[in-house]
Design a protein around this ligand. Sequence first.
Ligand code: SAH
Length: 347
Amino acid sequence: MEKKDIKSMTLEELTGELSALGEKAFRAKQLYQWMHQKLAAELSEMTNLSKGLRERLEKEYIWTALEPVDVKVSPSDGTRKYLFRLGDGNVIESVLMRYKHGNSVCVSSQVGCRMGCRFCASTLDGLERNLRPSEILEQVYRIQRDTGERVANVVVMGSGEPLDNYENVVRFIRLLSAPEGLNISQRNITLSTCGLVPEIRRLAEEGLSVTLALSLHAPNDQVRKTLMPIANRYGLAEVLDACRYYFEQTGRRLTFEYSLVKGVNDNLEEAEALARLIGGHHGHVNLIPVNPIKERDYVQSNREAVEAFKRHLEKRGINVTVRREMGRDIGGACGQLRKSYMDRKEA
Ligand code: SAH
């Protein structure tokens, strides 16, 4: 029989599991706290559990712990980029960003990705596998333990398409926001998607209150198709309908991400088309000067183009922010660190 992943269980499930082993409910609570609140690195730290129980847990369950292979620290802004090794030898990356309003961790949801966005490094080698809830949680846990600083916000914006790993990601959100765990408010969790329509609608009905970010990157289907293969499956009209539904169900304002690529999607007609497209929506636009990756020849829009694009949207009454480029000096773009690690390993 395949072993169960103990760190992916809710407190309720864990209680059932331990009661089957003849343990009382308070033991489950202690174990849960060790894992999700005290962020124990190993079972041996759990000194109020009997040695017998710990040994049994060790033998009969999967115990997820991430091992940092590499940590890069940006001298300019303190951003820390982690490369973690998983139990099966795969590696993933996570990023800690330090903002005035608190620490934010960006987690990966899959090893690789199969969405194929043209400017993204995470998808170059396709999808390896989905991450389990515990493997997504551990990215946050490990970073909080490593720095000793509380993580205030979590963004599911690392490698992978979170809605392509739906069940595990939703479970991750529930565990991360559970009062018996780190208790990170769902309002401080953002999930970014390239726009999987059925899953956006399903998420709207989960009863969660996380912020949804949509990777838009183009004001029309024609341009979007050149950047994102998923645009061939779902048209913008459908995607934006699903976003509207998400807002209606959750009351959460959306974020529209728009990576600016020189000569592809950054002129003022496109800004105007974008304003029309999302004008009636509840949300704001986050402009991201594209982070060039060496495998593709996309070029970042220059500062003036970014500013002009921003001003045009503002003139049309749209809230706009420009993403600060944190950790650019340490390979900031999604999937870059993993990709260079894998390439080095192969060489
Ligand atoms: N699969 C999710 C999460 C991906 S990463 C999604 O598509 O939203 C989060 C954001 O970074 C997405 O908007 C993605 O399109 C963008 N992104 C990826 N690589 C980038 C790059 N090299 N430059 C700028 N933005 C990038």
